[in-house]
Design a binder for this molecule. Structure first.
Ligand SMILES: Cc1cc2nc3c(=O)[nH]c(=O)nc-3n(C[C@H](O)[C@H](O)[C@H](O)COP(=O)(O)O)c2cc1C
Length: 421
């Protein structure tokens, strides 16, 4: 047998094949330490697609797209996770219409020329054995804002007077839409309430973006229904003050987001995720003593997610906040996990993912082992430590495959334990 550096079959460039796939446990026959695989490294199958482990890269806006087209920045950013063992990567909030971008530099999928640069990233991830999806989004009343580092620096030595990206800054402050005419704050654009034709136009844009996702080859889609963007704005009584059939009662507020999600479901046969905010983190109770819903919270989230399950949504990614400028978030490790846990309890058969200050392998493992969630999404910790999945395996005492090219950095982990019999 010739000694060949085996290529990834069918890849568009030469890449050495990883066997097993990066981030997957080695066989127990060679690594006795792999006799018991931690929950984080158990595969998760959804609709015939198997995620090799349960460490998912959360969507992270890079504010680096060129008129909605992703660039080589995205290839390198996402490529770093694809080569370091994540079970899935969800690409950033990607606008289905140009006026649905958060900032002028957001990614988009509103036109066909945006397909090829995404495809380059997806092909690379696939060649590294990593599943990849995209978060489809509309920013609603929080559109046309400046990229964070343009608005202020982290040291707070400067701050713009407004968050609005003006026309001269590539923005569209007069074309910002929401359920009602309430701005997020006085530093945000004043939205125009959407009429029926506009709702249909946005639904259609989501479906067209999904057609582009099929051409690109994404493995899953996540609908962004969290963080005070358009879909969250419709469900929360703090941002939706409409008096028509899309506002008022809980049923009315859920009506349009559920209609949109149903259309996405009908258009996409692979796994469909939805990210929700489970709370507005506003002052006071979710339900007033007068029987009125005062803010968005976990009780209404349960009703919403129950409807999503009926529609056929495959996974709910449980986040929080972003819709109330005075939000008071009780930050701490895994601060949003109780919401994921509440959804998991209410819908034991629906996969639920937790996100928010999950940074430690034992911590992440405990959420899965205790049945609080089926997968974890990590964001900032992965920016600091893209090789977190490999480190987590090492810390949890098992050996997983690093990329062939990185093996020499992991000799310690890759030493088979002595069998203990
Ligand atoms: C740089 C950056 C960009 C983000 N962009 C998005 C985004 O596009 N869509 C989204 O739903 N959340 C976004 N988030 C939120 C993260 O997905 C995640 O929910 C949040 O950071 C909490 O998780 P963490 O504590 O692991 O960072 C972003 C966070 C960061 C740090």
């Amino acid at each position: 047998m010739p000694n060949i550096n085996k290529p990834v079959p069918g890849a568009d460039q030469y890449y050495p094949l990883n066997e097993p796939s990066i981030g997957s446990p080695y066989p127990e026959s060679i690594y006795p330490q792999n006799a018991t695989i931690p929950a984080l490294f158990q595969p998760l199958s959804i609709k015939g697609i198997t995620f090799k482990n349960r460490i998912f890269v959360a969507p992270m806006c890079q504010y680096s797209a060129d008129n909605g087209h992703v660039t080589d920045w995205h290839l390198v950013h996402i490529g770093g996770f694809a080569t370091r063992g994540a079970g899935a990567i969800c690409m950033e909030a990607t606008a289905v219409v140009p006026e649905g971008r958060i900032s002028p530099q957001d990614a988009g999928l509103w036109t066909d020329s945006q397909i090829a640069p995404f495809q380059r990233v997806v092909n690379f991830a696939h060649a590294q054995g990593t599943l990849i999806g995209v978060q489809l989004a509309h920013a609603g009343r929080k559109a046309s804002t400046l990229a964070p580092w343009v608005e202020s620096d982290v040291a707070q030595t400067r701050r713009t007077a407004t968050r609005v990206a003006q026309k001269t800054e590539g923005g569209w402050p007069d074309e910002v839409y929401g359920p009602s005419d309430l701005p997020f704050s006085d530093k945000y654009p004043k939205p125009k309430p959407m009429d029926e034709a506009h709702l249909l136009y946005v639904e259609d844009a989501f479906v067209k973006a999904i057609e582009r996702c099929k051409a690109i080859g994404f493995d899953f889609i996540e609908i962004h229904a969290a963080h005070g963007y358009l879909l969250h704005e419709f469900v929360s009584p703090l941002s939706n003050t409409r008096t028509d059939s899309y506002g008022g009662s809980l049923e009315n507020r859920l009506c349009w987001p559920l209609r949109l999600i149903s259309k996405c479901r009908a258009a996409w046969s692979k796994p469909l995720f939805v990210r929700i905010s489970a709370t507005d983190w506003a002052e006071g109770p979710e339900l007033g003593s007068d029987g009125e819903w005062k803010q968005w919270g976990i009780e209404q989230s349960k009703v919403y997610v129950g409807e999503m399950q009926k529609i056929g949504v495959d996974l709910v990614d449980c986040s929080g906040g972003g819709n109330w400028v005075h939000q008071n978030i009780k930050l701490g490790p895994g601060y949003q996990v109780p919401f994921a846990e509440a959804l998991k309890k209410a819908f034991p058969n629906l996969p639920v993912a937790a996100v928010g200050l999950i940074t430690d392998p034992q911590q992440a493992e405990s959420y899965l082992r205790d049945g609080k969630a089926d997968a974890v999404f990590l964001a900032r910790e992965l920016l600091r430590t893209p090789q977190w999945p490999i480190i987590a395996a090492h810390e949890l005492g098992i050996a997983v495959k690093p990329a062939n090219q990185h093996e020499r950095a992991w000799v310690d982990m890759l030493t088979p334990a002595k069998a203990s019999f």
